[in-house]
Design a protein around this ligand. Structure first.
Ligand code: G4P
Length: 535
């Protein structure tokens, strides 16, 4: 069957890392290996300048460019590979979390010198919540990095996942000789080479072979034999099912900038990574090989250029076949919509798309019909799950500066929060509006866009809350009592769910202890909560 064939060849994934670990470099090198681009440097424009933390317009400009590279698709060895880009700037972490809801697996890049860092932890936590399979690439082996055993221990302990090295480094930094591929029994010799792909592969049937001594020197050969013997005894064998269940992460070592270890990573990736998987909707589980099309919006990108005020909604196809010019059912609005110019993305090019299959991402021009999380189907009432809002960390109250523009301000705030720029909470009485975000930059974006697009002027006043938690209880009376007692610290999210604003960590702990009948959630998708407690 056509759908099945198309599904089996697709690999939709994201590369994630703490800023500076090498995500952009690895993305670019994968595109080079995949033949999607010809020269290094082509993906650089996609990278948000990490030093320009206060210049959000510059960042937005770069994000504008990055729309073209939001999804980078290419064909490799008979597979259709879709890389979903995630922003490098930490203030856009929510964008990244949402993008992770649209992938079937991830490659996590870790800097060999720095090991596990703050964003590595947070991003992995999101992957763990969804049981997303992970391959780990330890980058920058050409630098004097940390001991590989120590790195593996750190990955296991800090990321709460079992690891299984599939390649092993021979030396590091100035003494880096290459890697031994334990799985394929091949020795890959390292050479500094930023433009060409490493080709020095030597098949080694038996690691005791004297050839190994000649190639890497007796000292490193002896160390390698000792290491491989230890690894084979210590780590479980690589088990494909355990990887796909997100229990076990295969680990590769390399140097993205030197094209080293990248081809090997890609070859293994296409073989082992999962093809598009079934997805949970509120009503039922949807299989990718169902005939009827369905998909959901995981990202909305607005163009800040006043001459091109368009928005692109990114739809992940979950089942069936998407076709241009066909009517689809927008389940939240209970409305039929037709898309005459859906877009696909191939490396740096946007092209008109006629059809798309599960695992693909379709760019839909939008005039305000979409919210993050919306579902499209051929008529069935479905709502895809798993696009939670995370408990924000920074809060500001919106103060209207122009009473004649109240309506515009209301509309602007609603639309921007629908796009996922920030979260809106409303407090009664008085409809006091509180905006919550994960990063400071979002507030600059909001102020700018309210003025530019809606003509509304607003001040944003700092509020010193520690966290906002969604509250639920099976005991409806206890919940109502709590809400009435804590009135000034309660607001409602866009779906009218009550949210408690805690001033400090201590306050939060103390209410949790004093109100055992209540549950305090750190994401809006309560089922995912247990895993998100660290936030
Ligand atoms: P990011 O997207 O995760 O933020 O990281 P990015 O790829 O931009 O890489 C961050 C820095 O690390 C870059 O240097 C990049 O060249 C360097 N890098 C990437 N892979 C390797 C590697 O294998 N070895 C070494 N030694 N460095 C690597 P930069 O100076 O910040 O930028 P640039 O001037 O090189 O562009």
């Amino acid at each position: 069957m056509m759908v099945t064939e198309e599904i089996l060849k697709r690999r939709t994934f994201a590369i994630i890392s703490h800023p500076d670990a090498g995500k952009t470099t690895l993305t670019e090198k994968l595109l080079l290996f995949g033949g999607a681009i010809n020269t290094a440097g082509a993906v650089k424009s996609n990278k948000i300048n990490k030093t320009a933390t206060s210049d959000f317009l510059e960042i937005e400009k770069q994000r504008g460019i990055s729309v073209a590279t939001s999804v980078m698709g290419f064909e490799y060895a008979g597979y259709k590979v879709n890389i979903l880009d995630t922003p490098g700037h930490r203030d856009f972490a929510e964008d990244t979390y949402r993008t992770l809801s649209a992938v079937d697996s991830v490659i996590l890049v870790v800097d060999s010198v720095k090991g596990v860092e703050e964003q590595t932890r947070k991003l992995m936590q999101v992957c763990r919540m969804r049981n997303t399979p992970v391959i780990i690439f330890i980058n920058k082996m050409d630098r004097e990095g940390r001991d590989p055993y120590e790195l593996l221990d750190e990955l296991e302990q800090e990321l709460n996942i079992h690891v299984r090295p599939l390649s092993w480094p021979i030396g590091m930094g100035a003494q880096f000789k290459g890697v031994y591929n334990i799985y394929e029994k091949e020795l890959r010799l390292f050479s500094v080479n930023k433009t060409k792909m490493a080709k020095d592969v030597v098949e080694i049937e038996n690691i005791d072979d004297a050839q190994v001594d000649q190639l890497v020197g007796p000292k490193f050969a002896a160390q390698l034999r000792e290491d491989v013997e230890f690894l084979e005894g210590y780590y479980e064998n690589f088990d494909l099912d355990l990887y796909r269940e997100a229990y076990l992460a295969p680990v590769f070592f390399g140097s993205a900038i030197n094209n080293f270890g990248v081809g090997e990573l890609l070859d293994t990736f296409v073989k082992v990574a999962p093809y598009p998987q079934p997805r949970e909707a509120s009503q039922r589980e949807v299989m990718p090989d169902e005939d009827a099309f369905s998909g959901f919006i995981f990202k909305i990108h607005a163009n800040l250029d006043p001459n091109h005020r368009d928005r692109i909604a990114f739809c992940r196809v979950c089942s069936g076949k998407f076709e241009r010019n066909k009517f689809y059912y927008h389940t939240r609005l209970d409305k039929k919509l037709r898309f005459s110019s859906p877009t696909s993305f191939m490396a740096n090019e946007k092209t008109l798309l006629e059809e798309a299959w599960p695992g693909d991402v379709v760019g839909l021009y939008d005039t305000g019909s979409f919210k993050i999380g919306d579902t499209l189907t051929e008529g069935e009432l479905l709502h895809y799950k798993g696009l939670p809002s995370f408990s924000p960390e920074i809060f500001k109250e919106v103060i209207n500066r122009d009473p004649f523009k109240t309506k515009q301000l209301e509309k602007g705030i609603r639309q921007l929060t629908d796009e996922g720029v920030a979260q809106l909470f409303v407090q009664q009485p008085g409809s006091r509006k509180i905006i919550g975000t994960v990063g400071e930059l979002q507030f600059d974006v909001i102020k700018f866009r309210l003025l530019q697009e809606y003509g509304a002027t607003a001040d944003l006043h700092n509020l010193n809350y520690y966290k906002a938690c969604w509250i639920t209880s099976e005991d409806k009376e206890a919940l109502a009592r709590f809400i009435s007692f804590k009135g000034s610290s309660i607001a409602y999210d866009k779906d009218e769910n009550p949210v408690f604003f805690a001033d400090t960590a201590w306050v939060l702990r103390s209410v949790q202890e004093s109100y055992p009948a209540l549950k305090f959630h750190f994401t809006s998708d309560f089922k995912l909560d247990a895993a998100a407690e660290v936030y």
